[in-house]
Design a protein around this ligand. Structure first.
Ligand code: RB5
Length: 143
């Protein structure tokens, strides 16, 4: 189950991602926002981050205007590794190396075609499980 969230700056791109997930039979839960009315991105970041941290969702995708605010907010939740990616190389690398559990993008930064490629790469790439990457992730989690 993929948790989705956005603010007004990410709504259009979130709908593109929803179309992609639907077409590919990938289950998702949409935590809002659902209209173009201006809203505060931390609310949606936390809804999705908490859903992923609790296990309600396996992974999440968050979109705001730049992807920056919403990723900063998501990374405040313990256990969340939210990666802001606007290219396929980073999307694959952050899965392989960081085991990122949330992908963030900016609806005002990337077009729909490239964004779908980023989502596809991120969803289809597994964590490498390499000892050095596990060690580094553990270091991130340490208080
Ligand atoms: C909203 O105008 C905008 O600030 C937000 O979508 C995001 O880009 C923040 O980082």
């Amino acid at each position: 189950m993929i948790g989705l969230g956005c603010d007004h700056g990410g709504l259009e791109l979130k709908n593109v991602i929803i179309d992609y997930l639907k077409k590919n039979g990938i289950e998702y839960k949409d935590y809002g926002t659902y209209t173009s009315e201006s809203v505060d991105y931390p609310k949606y970041a936390k809804l999705v981050a908490n859903a992923v941290a609790s296990g309600e969702c396996d992974r999440g995708i968050l979109i705001c205007g730049t992807g920056i605010g919403i990723s900063i907010a998501a990374n405040k939740v313990k256990g969340i590794r939210c990666a802001l990616c606007h290219d396929v190389f980073s999307a694959k690398a952050t899965r392989e190396h960081n085991d990122s559990n949330i992908l963030a993008m900016g609806g005002r930064v990337i077009g729909p075609g490239p964004a779908v490629e980023v989502v596809k790469a991120w969803l289809e790439t597994d964590f490498s499980g390499d000892e050095r990457h596990l060690r580094r992730i553990k270091m991130i989690e340490e208080e």
